[in-house]
Design a protein around this ligand. Structure first.
Ligand SMILES: NC(=O)NCCC[C@H](N)C(=O)O
Length: 400
């Protein structure tokens, strides 16, 4: 039996990782074509078998370091054994107004015939026009054969973004991009109905202002940095601050503006923690990153700044300085390795992190600075523009 109080809790970026939620990429990746990869937020067409091999190796590297790996598909299948969860899942996916009543009724019948595992697969991989059984009606007839009647979720791979544990509560996030919005219906179901998570309190929900997990960094117990840019809005950061303050989970939130660009879509694409007091950061932004400090005062919050990010973070964390691992890279190498998620490391303990092997220069500098780097291949996984941190949602970390 699991014990909710001790099995789910994350208070930092670097405490020893005990349990993590991953999604092994599956048939949803086979939906990507040169016609849809941009709108589905991939920069290429991944070789699916190789992506799975790379992901399996990632999961194994985590297990080799004593981490329990949970998979979204497994959790969703068990969740969908609950009739109420199943009803909620089907209602949600059929609420899409583009379907119209005739196609919706067809699909309700088709989904109703699936067992929980098949339904989980369909909710993740989507359903193409040609997979509809006996389609009729105007919507079906007028659709292009390349259309999806249920959109695939290839970015579910990046479990970091669709939920984030803060203390013993989970924020089911509010994703900004249309291609990703439905992901949180699935994570929300899992945390509501899966027996392992019974009683878990939800800190956020998808109907609120946009916040994505890749923007949320738990710098230290009580101190949270939130990137504000393409995905998380100032309103989202403010709402999250209110929620975490009300729940007593933090005393300070640092809102960190990041460029509204593809390469820097989340704060964790430019910096990640690798020790209790150290970060690796994209050198090209290191001198310019600032933070607005949001602090709890009584029942309200006060905002100050902007001021340089690292000193503001150190002050909130109560330490002399937040060290930057100096990767010392020339701007072009830095830009190349940032694009390939060189700064998107996943700490599995203080001074131990998982990183893509291709970022040789960043990794070398990390090693020289005393950080153990567990290297994984990511040539195919990286085509979705996410690294080890993006592909992982920590569920349990030790305190340090
Ligand atoms: N935390 C992250 O940076 N996640 C990577 C998300 C990549 C995905 N293709 C996206 O554009 O949302």
């Amino acid at each position: 039996m699991t014990d909710t109080l001790t099995d789910h809790r994350v208070r930092s970026e670097v405490g020893r990782l005990r349990t993590v939620l991953l999604h092994r990429p599956g048939p949803e990746l086979t939906r990507l074509t040169p016609r849809n990869n941009d709108s589905l937020l991939f920069d290429g067409i991944p070789w699916v078998d190789r992506a799975q091999q790379e992901h399996d190796a990632f999961a194994q590297a985590l297990r080799d370091h004593g981490v329990e790996v949970l998979y979204v598909h497994d959790l969703l299948r068990t969740t969908l054994e609950n009739p109420e969860a199943r009803r909620a899942a089907v209602t949600d996916v059929l609420a899409d107004q583009r379907l119209g009543d005739t196609l919706r009724d067809r699909l309700r019948g088709q989904l109703g015939d699936l067992d929980p595992g098949q339904l989980a697969t369909t909710l993740i991989a989507g359903l193409s026009h040609e997979e509809v059984r006996g389609g009729t009606g105007l919507v079906y007839t007028m659709a292009d054969r390349h259309d999806f009647v249920i959109d695939p979720l290839p970015n579910l791979l990046f479990t970091r973004d669709s939920s984030v544990w803060i203390g013993d509560k989970v924020a089911v996030t509010s994703l900004a991009m249309p291609a990703r919005r439905r992901e949180t219906a699935l994570t929300g179901l899992i945390y509501t109905y899966h027996p392992r998570f019974t009683g878990t309190e939800k800190l956020y929900d998808p109907s609120l202002e946009t916040v994505e997990g890749g923007d949320v960094l738990l710098l230290a117990p009580g101190v949270i940095a939130v990137g504000v840019g393409e995905r998380t809005t100032p309103a989202g950061a403010e709402r999250l601050a209110r929620k975490i303050f009300d729940a007593g989970l933090a005393h300070t939130l640092l809102a960190v503006p990041i460029a509204q660009e593809r390469a820097t879509m989340h704060l964790d694409t430019v910096c990640t923690m690798v020790d209790v007091d150290a970060m690796v950061m994209y050198p090209n932004v290191a001198d310019t990153l600032v933070a607005y400090t949001v602090a709890r005062v009584g029942d309200d919050h006060v905002v100050s700044g902007p001021s340089p990010f690292l000193p503001a973070a150190a002050k909130a964390m109560g330490i002399d300085s937040l060290r930057l691992i100096d990767t010392g890279l020339d701007p072009v190498t830095a830009e190349r390795e940032q694009w390939d998620d060189g700064n998107n490391t996943l700490a599995i303990a203080p001074r131990v992190c998982v990183a893509y092997e291709r970022n040789t220069e960043t990794n070398r500098r990390l090693s020289q600075a005393g950080i153990e780097v567990v290297e994984i291949a990511g040539s195919e996984l990286g085509s979705g523009r996410g690294g080890p941190r993006c592909m992982s949602c920590p569920v349990l970390r030790d305190d340090y």
